[in-house]
Design a binder for this molecule. Structure first.
Ligand code: UDP
Length: 138
């Protein structure tokens, strides 16, 4: 059954000019791009987005990084979208990511790892709503 997930092309990948190549991988894997935009978020907005990680030691670095430059938040749709995007992204640490995954190809480190993807239905719903209004989701 068709499912929606939320993704972000992170500041490192945008800075390096990988946006188009990452979108091509996403489309090649069968995802429909339901919505996409360029955005820049503040530290406080990054903290709100990643609130589940507030107690983690990497929270400060992560929210500095995510507010360090433009990003491309997007809503993606396909059968089994949440799990399939996680598979296409590869492991959080690109050193452990499988060959052919986005993080293997485009990520430099566990901190600056090119792409975000929702990990469950409830987080996908929260994350889509954080960046997009209902009227933008076509
Ligand atoms: N992160 C980090 N240091 C770590 C672990 C994670 O900076 O030791 C960052 C990284 O950008 C990661 C994000 O925090 O993508 C969220 O972490 P999570 O464990 O949810 O990984 P993901 O779901 O993105 O693979």
């Amino acid at each position: 059954m068709s499912q929606r997930t939320f993704s972000i092309i992170k500041p490192d990948a945008v800075r390096k000019g990988y946006t188009g190549a990452i979108l091509a991988e996403i489309e090649k894997a069968g995802f429909k791009i339901v919505a996409i935009k360029k955005a820049s978020i503040s530290k406080a907005q990054a903290q709100g987005f990643y609130h589940v990680h507030a107690e983690r030691p990497f929270f400060g670095g992560l929210t500095d990084f995510m507010s360090s430059g433009p990003i491309f938040p997007m809503v993606l749709e396909k059968d089994n979208a949440i799990a399939d995007l996680r598979k296409l992204m590869g492991a959080t640490n690109p050193a452990n990511a499988e060959e052919g995954t986005i993080r293997k190809q485009f990520a430099a480190s566990i901190e600056e790892n090119a792409i975000h993807g929702s990990d469950a239905e409830d987080t996908a719903a929260f994350e889509i709503g954080y960046f997009f209004a209902g009227l933008e989701l076509i």
